[in-house]
Write a protein that binds this ligand. Sequence first.
Ligand code: CTP
Ligand code: MG
Length: 234
Amino acid sequence: MTSYATGLEPRCYALVPAAGVGARSGAAVPKQYVPLAGRAMLAHTLEALAAVPGLAGTLVVLSPEDEQFEMAVPGFDAGWVARSGGATRADSVAAGLRELQARGAQPHDWVLVHDAARCLLRPEWVTRLIEACAEDEVGGLLALPVADTLKQGSHGRVMATVDRAGKWAAQTPQMFRLGLLQPALAAGTEGVTDEASAVEALGHQPLLVEAPLENFKVTWPADFALAERLLTSR
Ligand code: CTP
Ligand code: MG
C-alpha cells in the first residue's frame, strides 16, 4: 500500500462529472440542465456540495461543447469549471483529476467524485462518507443494500434469479485519494462505470457506506418528476 504520510492534513475536493448527454432520460437537453423545481438539476447538485463543511474546492467537468452552464448555474463563482469532459464518464473524471492536480491537489488529497445527476444529495450524507473514509487506507463510496429480488433478464423474460445477499447498489460520492484514483483510471477505463470498480481492479476493497434510496441517479424519463416531487417537498 502506498504511504501518503506527508505531515500535511489531506484536503478534500469534490469533482462533478457533468459532460454526459443523458441519452436514457429522453430529455431534449442534457439531463443535468433539465429544470427541476425552478432550477437546473446541476444547480441543486452543486448547492448540496456547497453546503458540505470542509471541502477545499469543487470542480465541475463539462463537455467542450457546453454552452449552458453559466446560464443554468448562476453564482458558481467560487467553484471551478473545466470544459474537458470525454467520451465516457471515466474519461471525464480522469480529465477532472488532471485539472485538480493543475490547481494544486496533491496525491494524498481526497477526491469525492459525485454524479451531476444525483441532485437529491444531502450534505450530511457526504459528511458521513468523509468521516467514514478519513482514516481508511483505500477510501469508499455511498451505497445501498439491494432490497428487491434480482432477475437476470433477456428479451423481456426472466432467465434466472440472482442471489441478492450481500449485494449493494453503488451511489456517489465515491471518495479516493488522488494518488490512487489517477493510476486506477489510467489502467484502463473500458467498462468502468464508477471509480470504485477502477480501484477494485487494482486489488483494493473500497468501504461501503450506507446511504438512502433518495440519493438515486436521475436516469429514466419518469425520474425527473420523482426528483422534482422530492425537491419541492423538502
Ligand atoms: N458523464 C460525464 N461524461 C460522460 C458521460 C457521463 O461527465 N462522457 C457524467 C454525467 O453527466 C452524469 C454522470 O457522469 O452526471 C453519471 O452518468 P450517467 O447517469 O450515465 O449520465 P449520462 O451518461 O449523461 O446518461 P446516459 O448514460 O443515459 O446517456
Ligand atoms: Mg452514461
